[in-house]
Design a protein around this ligand. Sequence first.
Ligand code: SF4
Length: 162
Amino acid sequence: MQVGSIRFPAMDSSNGIGVEVYFAGCRREPKCKGCHNPELWDMEAGTRYSPRALAETIDLIGDGVKQTLVLLGGEPLHQPELPEFLALARTAVDCIWLYTSYELEQVPESVRCLVDFIKTGSYMEDLRVEDKWLASENQKVWRKTEDGQWRTFYSTDHGYMY
Ligand code: SF4
């Protein structure tokens, strides 16, 4: 897996104290106009981690206190080893957020089953907003319920929805 940076503590990208992992690599074409992280487009940028090494690194952050893990990019879904990493990381953190440019139904079940929140939707410069979690109005945050259903958790139209 290619990692551009790991940041801790991060207070603004989740509903907890987050460990942020910025994956390097985005194969979307065309790229989103006004992309906030073009330095992370290159699939070979950053530092190579095996899924296990990255999960162990996350586990060591925060002095043993379980954190919220936040996955950003680049496009995290373009990391082929993401499901393997998520399965390992689940034991190290309480909660996992995924920031993706894809819509909810495009996120593979192998990923959906291992995360708790998903920010969906590509960045649209014409719909840009100043918001805690969302960069443009078309984006949403989804939360998985205890029975495995996904419900809209937050949008710029409605704020918190439950
Ligand atoms: S998907 Fe993300 S990294 Fe890729 S172009 Fe769009 S905003 Fe940039």
